[in-house]
Write a protein that binds this ligand. Structure first.
Ligand SMILES: *Cc1c(COP(=O)(O)O)cnc(C)c1O
Length: 376
């Protein structure tokens, strides 16, 4: 929570939930990344918050951008950023989308198999490609499964294929899992990346770049290490695995760039019990999973929630959204402690909601409009 957000909400007259993002915090985050990893180029992961205000600000600070679709590429271009600062980092792309990206000037693509290499070779000839390797995501609160990346043992074949198809085999990428609370998670991935460099080198292909991905956390309820701590752990791991031949590196922060910049104001719609003896109250808010809080899925992300009655006695509550879908429950397995005195009409603040909220909100499920968003 910042003074600027507090001031904005004090003067707000509109109804319904709203996400307020303080751009000063985004600027501070960018500067912290640039300082913690001074030799890495920053490619902001656009999906975390693609608002034009965020893209323009980061563009003006010198950031590059990691995109996953033609629409995201167009948003970045519309923010005044040149295509040499854009990567098409999705490993799953239609060939005609690759062609469209190439047409507007994008020359950096992610791949994780030979079939994708062939699409890029046909639709974006001569471009740079990096091969994504699998990472187990241990230590992450929002792990990324096996959907993206190949086994490290296959990566050299994929990159050699790219080389033979006339592409520039540029490097290796990985993602250690989102909201990664262990700064040492990069160590194992970098060992594997170094092995791919070595194997490619032996085949006469000299890779030059390691894409360290995202994963940098936002503080929710638990404390997280500082960006500086991540920076020095990563630098040590680079030294350890690459010796004095440290490659060019890039990072792709999403959550860590915008998460703590946003606060959602929501209203309590109903407080009830399922029986007179029930010890746990149900608290229904005017925002839920379909209004932008999708990352509460499996209760993975636990947002800090402030109430106007903080400091009073608390009791466990099941928190739920306003829609008529029974899946629209935020915290139930692990109930949330809220003041006993909480009442219908109270305004609550959900902190750390600058990333992965607005774009997740549904178009109009049950008629509820997408999450309103203000960038100040
Ligand atoms: C989503 C994504 C990111 C951002 O991840 P965070 O955990 O939010 O930092 C970075 N790189 C790629 C390829 C992604 O898909």
């Amino acid at each position: 929570m910042t003074d600027r957000i507090r001031e904005f909400l004090r003067n707000r007259r509109d109804d319904g939930p709203v996400l307020v993002v303080d751009l000063d915090v985004v600027r501070d985050n960018y500067n912290a990344f640039a300082k913690a990893l001074p030799d890495s180029r920053v490619f902001y992961a656009v999906k975390a918050n693609p608002a034009p205000e965020v893209l323009k600000l980061l563009g003006s600070l010198g950031s590059c951008f990691d995109t996953a679709s033609v629409a995201e590429i167009e948003m970045v271009l519309a923010a005044g950023v040149t295509p040499d600062r854009i990567s098409y980092g999705n490993t799953i792309k239609k060939e005609r989308d690759i062609a469209r990206a190439f047409e507007v000037g994008v020359r950096l693509f992610a791949v994780d198999c030979k079939a994708e290499v062939e699409k890029v070779a046909r639709a974006a000839p001569g471009s740079k490609v990096f091969c994504r390797i699998l990472c187990d995501g241990a230590g992450a609160e929002w792990p990324l499964s096996r959907k993206f990346g190949c086994e490290p043992s296959m990566a050299a074949d994929v990159l050699e294929h790219a080389h033979r198809q006339g592409l520039e085999a540029y490097g290796v990428s990985f993602h250690v899992g989102s909201q990664q609370r262990n700064q040492h998670a990069w160590d194992r991935a970098l060992a594997q990346a170094a092995a791919v460099f070595k194997e490619c080198g032996e085949r006469g292909i000299n890779l030059s770049m390691v894409n360290l991905g995202g994963g940098f956390p936002t503080k929710y309820l638990k404390n997280v290490p500082t960006v500086r701590t991540y920076g020095s752990a990563i630098f040590k791991a680079l030294r350890k695995h690459f010796g004095n031949r440290i490659p060019e590196t890039i990072i792709e922060p999403g959550r860590g760039m915008v998460g703590n910049a946003g606060v959602i104001e929501t209203e309590v719609v109903l407080v009830s019990k399922k029986s007179e003896e029930d010890e746990v109250r149900w608290v229904y808010l005017d925002i839920g999973k379909f209004g932008g809080l999708a990352e509460t899925m499996d209760e993975s992300i636990r947002y800090p929630i402030r109430t106007p009655r903080d400091g009073a006695e608390t009791s466990p509550c099941i928190l739920a959204g306003p829609t008529c879908d029974s899946a629209d429950v935020l915290y139930e397995k692990q109930p949330y402690l809220l003041p006993v005195s909480i009442e219908i009409g109270d305004k609550l603040l959900i902190e750390g909601t600058g990333a992965y909220t607005a774009t997740y909100s549904s178009v109009a499920f049950n008629g509820f409009p997408p999450l309103k968003t203000v960038h100040i």
